[in-house]
Design a protein around this ligand. Structure first.
Ligand code: ZN
Length: 235
């Protein structure tokens, strides 16, 4: 049987998915997480997952809600199909079709199919992801229409009534920081700054006011700009 108040969160260990996990913990009584290995160049982000889960479980009221973590290895399905700048040493740039070379075709679609299969088996009705159309880098599989179409396809194909919840869909990165503060105050913001990872180059060394990263790849630039806008809005 499906539990209406139970959710599976796509949790990568980055800023967005950590904010989504906090959002789900604040809202649903039972929350499980899923992470994906897909031959990404750097496993730094995946290494952030367990400490982040432990830290979120230590926040007031959230420990009892956080259930098991699931890891799915899609390396064969994604990395083997073709090299992109996320899965090889190819340069991070804008490709011939106007999409960044970090675009992995079908990646988010495969994530959702695998997540729905786990949610089916575990009886979880809600599937929560950090896909976002506002600050998105042009990835077509982050669009609201794509997600809505996937919800229909998954429900038809698995005979369920999954609800795909995308709390960041219409929020920019400044609003994502604001949301973290609303959900968990300075403690959650501090946790996201210190322990989440966004940098495409996998760099942890330098600690900026918005967190760790190289500072100039597209992911760092987006995170830093969002942080600055949020700080300006606040003060
Ligand atoms: Zn970076």
């Amino acid at each position: 049987m499906e539990n209406d108040d139970a959710a599976l969160v796509l949790f990568s260990g980055g800023q967005d998915s950590t904010t989504c996990l906090a959002w789900a913990l604040a809202r649903h009584r039972r929350v499980e997480t899923v992470g994906f290995a897909y031959g990404q160049r750097h496993a730094v982000e995946l290494d952030c997952r367990a400490p982040l889960r432990a830290a979120l479980a230590a926040m007031p009221d959230w420990g009892d809600r956080l259930g098991p973590d699931h890891m799915v290895d899609l390396t064969g399905a994604i990395a083997a199909v073709g090299a992109t700048a996320l899965t090889s040493e190819a340069e991070i740039a804008i490709g011939a079709e106007g999409l960044p070379t970090t675009f992995v075709p079908g990646r988010n679609l495969q994530f959702l199919v695998s997540a729905a299969a786990i949610a089916y088996r575990r009886g979880l009705r809600r599937i929560v992801g950090g896909m976002c159309e506002t600050d998105y880098s042009g990835y077509p599989d982050c669009r609201d229409d794509t997600i809505k179409a996937m919800q229909v396809a998954l429900n038809l194909g698995m005979q369920r009534r999954f609800v795909l919840e995308m709390p960041l869909m219409w929020r920019d990165k400044a609003a994502t920081w604001a949301m973290a503060e609303r959900l968990g105050g300075a403690a959650l913001v501090g946790l996201i700054v210190e322990q989440t990872h966004s940098c495409y180059r996998g760099e942890r060394g330098i600690r900026h006011d918005w967190g760790h990263g190289c500072g100039d790849c597209p992911a760092c630039a987006l995170r830093a700009a969002g942080w600055r806008r949020w700080r300006e809005m606040r003060y």
